[in-house]
Write a protein that binds this ligand. Sequence first.
Ligand code: SF4
Length: 400
Amino acid sequence: MIQWDIQHPEDLGIYLHIPFCEQKCIYCDFYSVVSFDLWDAFFDALEQEIQLWAERLATAGTIRVRTMFWGGGTPSLLPPHHVERIYRSLAIHFDLTHLEEWTVECNPESVEREKLRAYRLLGINRISIGVQSLQPRELQFLGRIHSAATAEQAVEQTLAAGFVNVNADLIFGLPNQTVEAWEQTLDQVLRWQLPHLSIYALTYERGTPLYTLWQRAQVERIPEEVEAEMYRRTMEKLAAAGYDHYEVSNFAQPGYRCRHNLRYWERKEYLAFGPSAHGFLGSHRYANVRSLRQYCQQLAAGQLPFATVEHLGPLEELEELLYLGLRAQGVRLRELQARTSVDVTAVATAFCHHYAEYCTIDGDRLRLTDAGYAVADSLVVELLTALTDPAAAPLPTVSS
Ligand code: SF4
């Protein structure tokens, strides 16, 4: 059996996956089911999973949870008494008295003021609303079941229920979407003056209906240069509105960066519960099985429902540092140096000289510029090669 070594019991995050949706959106690669047959079995299994983890970590002493993120799926389908039940299960085993941030993802059609008020009374202090678009045709194309008006009402009700820390998720780069149509959505959303916005380019994930439509040439992907222009204008508008671009897809007003998501990018530890959830503890990453039925069966048999457990060696850690750090606030050169024999400062300096438009050295950190965020993945590959294979060919030109 794996010896789970928690490095920082005083600073843990918890991700909890609620695997139910009323309808599947065509682009969605997150695990969820639209049948509610296993609803009760899921909550029993979740309690069992929490208890099994607490037993595994019993020797670590008090484990203090600082951030929680309940995602899905559609966590806002949960009535407040279900939220309370899970919270109590967690509170039996973990110290939740220093919880700084507790986010719950909400879909516009499944929230109303009374539910939101009850959520707030239970201690939830951050709401993330899946708005995605405010154009009726786009919402319909994506398979969303809410309208633009419902999204607007959900935001109003969230604010009216007393939440201040509110995020809206948006998607751009839809087939046939024009830059103007995207800007209309963005301008409308900016009028809400929310403290946080998460803005993603539409991706075509294998196994989704959207991917199949594309493969069958029934939808056409938007040209790369149009998508790049949308992203560029997004960054311009949000900078002008006072948002800090602190990760490739995330923008926050001062003081409102998502602490839980920062944990991922800074490689801090978190436990994950629920089907398909991914956790990171000590030098291990694990993923739970995706199937809800299998998840329930394994837990009913008294086993943690792992699909994979991976031990990270120095190379994997180096890759993660680059991939996660460069997407957000940059990587510390000292941390990189601890994982390679190459002279990191010399490589980073040469890298920034070569890609002057895309990256910069800020104190001890190598970080990307706004232009660099647009080509982050290519830059990570180039930097990793430069750090692990110094004899490789000279640095090429990157493209998005
Ligand atoms: S509501 Fe969210 S989790 Fe559910 S199918 Fe749509 S995008 Fe996926």
